[in-house]
Ligand binder design. Structure first.
Ligand SMILES: [Zn+2]
Length: 131
């Protein structure tokens, strides 16, 4: 990173460091400037930081790594470039809980698929023994 880029990061960090709340105490979501969005996008090399897919800058959604609702900050270090489906899927959960969830889904689906293919193997064997 060049000193100018670093300066830009610091400026953005300062601008993002306060979490604003409305009169009901609800977190006011920030609308990020084009520069901030670009910075986050370039930092991620144009890839979704959750699934690794290449995405367009205009399709990027900004994810709070540690959700605002759980004390995460509106800070560039807490922001990740994500594709829409990943951001939607991750929702308001912590990164560790998200990983646990994905692992659970993966294991469950793999097991389900495994059972299906095992059933098919049995069916196949039965059918071929009839012939
Ligand atoms: Zn993704």
């Amino acid at each position: 990173m060049t000193p100018e880029e670093l300066d830009e990061v610091r400026k953005n960090k300062l601008a993002l460091s306060m979490v604003k709340r409305d009169k009901h105490g609800k977190i006011v979501r920030k609308i990020y400037s084009e520069d901030t969005r670009k910075l986050i996008y370039l930092n991620a090399h144009g890839k979704c930081e959750l699934c690794g897919r290449n995405i367009l800058l205009e399709d990027m959604t900004i994810d709070h790594i540690n959700p605002l609702s759980m004390g995460g900050e509106d800070d560039v270090e807490n922001l990740a470039c994500t594709c829409y489906p990943c951001n939607l899927f991750k929702g308001n959960i912590l990164p560790d809980d998200f990983m646990e969830r994905i692992t659970e889904i993966f294991m469950y689906q793999t097991e389900k698929k495994g059972k299906i293919s095992l059933k098919w193997k049995i069916v196949h064997r039965l059918l071929s023994s009839v012939r």
